[in-house]
Design a protein around this ligand. Structure first.
Ligand SMILES: C[S@@+](CC[C@H](N)C(=O)[O-])C[C@H]1O[C@@H](n2cnc3c(N)ncnc32)[C@H](O)[C@@H]1O
Length: 286
């Protein structure tokens, strides 16, 4: 019954896309007005994407959706964050960044870094795709849910988890979150058990992170800090690094390549031994 109600609440993607198209400029203007005239002088704590039920008292709750979410600040996370440099003590974001286009995430982390005061922190969480892969390979159907689509197979439920009817635009894992944080200049990077561990937030906030499997959580949660004595500019590491792909940006498509030195697939680029699935090796993200 609860699942049925939740399913009915899902806004169709096309309606959402239209909403973001129409509201894009008003949201940006609202953010600029906030930054210029209404920004508090004392450091603030900011909660991204509270949605309907996760409003945090004493925080600035920012969301793009003023219709369904309870918010203090109406802004789009795809715009520059409407906070001044070094003016934020803490950013908290739970099941939000997977809704942003993957290509935008490096910029999002750099922008959080810019806004944080030295010593300030971020706690970022979302669906743990590494754990989902593990549970998929173990064949643990019950770990997955049949939301948002009613699915009986483990593959169907895995698709629910990873893509959520096309709502999720990126796949979060330990190594990827770490990379995003490090690239932006964060230090003291640490992964926490959702609803249980934190160096940054109290139990009243953690209590919102419902988690039914503490040994293999559905949510990945990372905390990180801006160093007390940052060595980088607020914009983070913007310098262009050489493209690591063989041949640079115009080299072979990396998605069709296996790891360097791995045997080639028979019948593709010259005969070689057939690759076997990567099953027995230690879990790469652990
Ligand atoms: C899945 S809900 C998560 C709600 C809550 N944090 C929770 O854990 O239940 C994602 C929230 O992020 C907000 N959101 C998604 N994209 C956004 C964007 N580009 N800018 C601001 N908020 C966004 C949505 O409006 C929604 O409230």
């Amino acid at each position: 019954m609860l699942q049925r109600l939740k399913r009915a609440e899902m806004t169709p993607r096309r309606v959402k896309a239209l909403y973001y198209l129409v509201m894009r400029i008003p949201m940006r203007i609202n953010g600029m007005i906030y930054r210029a005239f209404r920004h508090p002088t004392a450091p603030v704590r900011v909660h991204f994407g509270p949605g309907k039920k996760r409003y945090l008292e004493g925080w600035i709750n920012l969301d793009a959706n003023f219709i369904t979410a309870k918010i203090d600040l109406w802004a789009n996370l795809l715009d520059p964050l409407p906070f001044r440099d070094s003016s934020v003590e803490l950013f908290y974001s739970f099941h939000v960044i997977e809704h942003l286009p993957d290509a935008y995430l490096p910029q999002h982390f750099k922008d959080m870094y810019r806004c944080l005061k030295p010593g300030g922190g971020v706690r970022v969480g979302g669906p743990d795709v590494g754990n989902a892969c593990r549970k998929y390979l173990e064949g643990d159907l019950d770990w997955f849910s049949d939301f948002p689509d009613r699915r009986e197979s483990i593959g169907g439920r895995f698709t629910n988890f990873v893509f959520c009817q096309g709502e999720h635009l990126t796949a979060l894992s330990h190594s990827y979150l770490r990379e995003l944080a490090q690239e932006a200049g964060f230090t003291d990077i640490r992964f926490c058990i959702p609803s249980r561990e934190s160096d940054l937030i109290g139990p009243e906030v953690m209590a919102m992170e419902e988690e039914s499997d503490l040994s293999c959580p559905h949510s990945i949660v990372m905390e990180a800090r801006k160093p007390l004595h940052p060595t980088r500019t607020p914009s983070g590491s913007d310098e262009r690094r050489p493209d690591p792909r063989p041949g640079g940006a115009h080299g072979p498509n990396p998605h069709t390549l296996s790891r360097p030195g791995a045997p080639r697939l028979a019948g593709t680029q010259g005969a070689g031994p057939r690759r076997v699935p990567y099953l027995g090796a230690p879990w790469p993200e652990a």
